[in-house]
Design a protein. Structure first.
Length: 449
């Protein structure tokens, strides 16, 4: 038990190495182009977006030896550190790096998204392939509202849906029907040129039509479904222009997104290069090497963060009771939970992984030899207070509730107010800061000693 932070760190480090975007995209590019060597070295248009976009783009440039045409290389990425320079692979290849924000888009997101749309149209006009690299964060990075809808409208609806606990599928169903690049319309802009997308999945199920809101994939969702999401999540009155647009679309007055079987997308191919399973398997192997017996390894875990925390705690308690020898036991879950923000929590800070951990700590109170660690693999869990660095998640034990009480901290109250960051900080529960450069959902680890 005294080594629990070391064990967790080894598991997380192994997971992040397995999800390294350069390595897995390089391998995927070799597989994809091994049968079509004519694409390697050809002129193309290269676009990308998301938290891992720079490494992914570098991989396809170096492995495929692609030559983006003038004006045909746009990679949208998170804000870079001062003095950061473009990788050497970009130099001399007409590839621009454009910064954008996440999760709520800003004006520079619109500028970057327009540049990506222009590049895709260039591919279509010049009859050269469009190669796209997409990862978590790309939905926000590629924000480009339909006519009559403003950036403020998109921000307002996105924020309302996130706070209401909308799933990524629900959120992206709305985005596809109020923006210009999502729901297959990036590929549509490049038609009739072929499209090859390399996608690092950050959503349960690894559906390319959901990841990054499916800019290169056919979309089975409809205007009516998007409208239903707003109504179900209580966001129909947030931005009248958005609601009116969806009503018009549901009535047949707006063109739908391209659907499965649409001939305009028959030359578009999406390759999932990595997902949560990579992280779970790698973490599992690391913990086995540390001597743990694996009681459970699961993918695609979803639900309200605080409810998932209780479920994991129950699994650990059962594993503790059923253990037949002294070997430590591990449970590894991969997926992405949601957080429903309370109406009174306007000043709270934190994220789903910190909430999951606190919830588990409440259920595991005073139980010896148990640990729960939950992390966002992109290194950024929710929202940090102004001036404070982002954190990846938190680690709790059966002693955490007692430590909180001794420090005069009410964990249950903090959870109710969605204010997990400050209590985790006060109790020294945080783990990791700063972006990791990848994103394959969250990794949650439970240990029984």
């Amino acid at each position: 038990m005294s080594d629990h932070r070391t064990h967790v760190a080894r598991a997380v480090d192994s997971a992040l190495r397995a999800a390294d975007p350069y390595d897995i995209v390089a391998a995927a590019a070799k597989r994809a182009w091994g049968d079509t060597p004519s694409l390697g070295g050809r002129a193309c248009v290269l676009v990308g977006a998301g938290k891992a976009s720079v490494a992914m783009a570098r991989a396809v440039l170096e492995v495929g030896k692609l030559q983006p045409v003038p004006g045909g290389g746009v990679i949208v990425c998170p804000p870079m550190s001062p003095g950061h320079r473009a990788p050497p692979a970009f130099v001399g290849r007409s590839v621009r790096l454009m910064e954008a924000d996440h999760p709520l888009p800003t004006q520079r997101n619109l500028v970057a998204a327009q540049a990506v749309l222009d590049a895709a149209r260039t591919a279509g006009m010049r009859r050269v392939p469009l190669v796209a690299v997409l990862s978590g964060g790309a939905s926000a990075h590629l924000t480009l509202p339909e006519r009559g809808i403003t950036l403020a409208d998109i921000r307002g609806v996105t924020d309302a849906l996130l706070k209401a606990g909308a799933t990524v599928h629900e959120l992206n169903t709305v985005r596809k029907h109020v923006e210009k690049l999502k729901g297959g319309r990036l590929a549509l802009a490049a038609s009739p040129s072929p499209v090859q997308a390399f996608i690092l999945s950050d959503v349960p199920g690894d559906d390319p039509s959901v990841i990054a809101s499916g800019p290169t994939s056919a979309d089975a969702s409809t205007f009516a479904e998007a409208l239903a999401v707003l109504e179900h999540r209580g966001a129909a009155d947030v931005a009248p222009a958005v609601t009116e647009h969806l009503i018009a679309g549901a009535a047949g007055h707006k063109p739908e997104t391209p659907k499965p079987g649409d001939a305009s997308l028959e030359r578009s191919r999406a390759t999932i290069v990595g997902s949560s399973s990579l992280a779970v398997v790698a973490a599992t192997d690391a913990l086995k090497a540390c001597g743990f017996v694996i009681a459970e390894a699961r993918f695609e875990v979803q639900g309200e963060a605080r409810e998932v925390g209780v479920r994991l705690a129950e699994v650990l308690l059962e594993a503790r009771e059923r253990r037949v020898n002294s070997a430590p036991v591990a449970v590894i879950w991969g997926g992405e939970t949601t957080v429903r923000v309370a109406a009174a929590a306007s000043h709270g800070f934190g994220g789903r992984n910190q909430e999951l951990a606190i919830s588990a700590a409440l259920r595991l109170a005073d139980v010896p030899g148990v640990v729960v660690a939950s992390y966002a693999t992109d290194g950024v869990d929710g929202v940090s207070p102004p001036g404070r660095p982002p954190v990846a998640g938190a680690i709790v034990t059966g002693r955490t509730l007692g430590d909180a009480r001794a420090a005069g901290i009410d964990l249950a109250a903090a959870l109710a107010l969605n204010d997990s960051y400050r209590v985790c900080q006060s109790l020294g529960l945080h783990h990791g800061t700063g972006p990791t450069g990848t994103n394959v959902n969250d990794l949650t680890i439970g240990l029984v000693y």
